[in-house]
Unconditional design. Structure first.
Length: 176
């Protein structure tokens, strides 16, 4: 927990006032990024596979979490609600659990108990690199339609707030 707080404090200045993103996207809620998203293969809790590069042409919200993460317990239902409200935006939501020793069925059950019906992917069953969450979790990335990482939210956010919905609608519109 102390590591989370210290690292969050170190990153707060980078989140600060509105920043310009690769696709012209601006937000005071996210840290600016401008780099290609490393491709990876994900497997969901039922064994289905998804390769990141196949999502090119669609904006992506990539969220890393764990069953032992207390802030994640609140974020997952908010992300589920957000996905429902933004269903027409074309945004793809990828929720990736980094639990290493937890069985896929237990991770899926945990998410379902929270009311999450979005697919749950498992980092342990994928080729995704831990550099995405090496600072800690929760962490969320915005990937534009060209496969560029354009924003990162370090730490928990109120994903279902009106302000965050407006930011993500703008992200989806400017990722076209």
């Amino acid at each position: 927990m102390l590591r989370f707080l210290l690292l969050t404090m170190l990153w707060l200045p980078a989140i600060g006032p509105a920043a310009s993103y690769a696709a012209g996207f601006k937000s005071e809620y996210l840290q600016q990024l401008d780099e290609a998203a490393p491709d990876f293969l994900l497997r969901d809790a039922s064994g289905s596979q998804l390769q990141l590069y196949k999502l090119r042409g669609r904006p992506v919200i990539l969220h890393f979490w764990a069953t032992w993460c207390k802030p994640c317990r609140h974020e997952l239902p908010a992300l589920e609600a957000l996905a429902g409200k933004l269903a027409d935006s074309g945004i793809v939501f990828l929720l990736v659990a980094i639990d290493g020793d937890t069985e896929a069925a237990a991770v899926r059950r945990y998410a379902q108990d929270l009311g999450v019906r979005l697919p749950i992917y498992l980092a342990s069953d994928s080729t995704v690199t831990d550099r995405y969450w090496s600072w800690g979790i929760p962490v969320t990335y915005l990937i534009d339609r060209n496969g560029l990482l354009v924003g990162r939210a370090l730490g928990p956010r109120d994903w279902d707030s009106a302000a965050m919905r407006a930011v993500l609608v703008q992200f989806a519109a400017q990722s076209r």
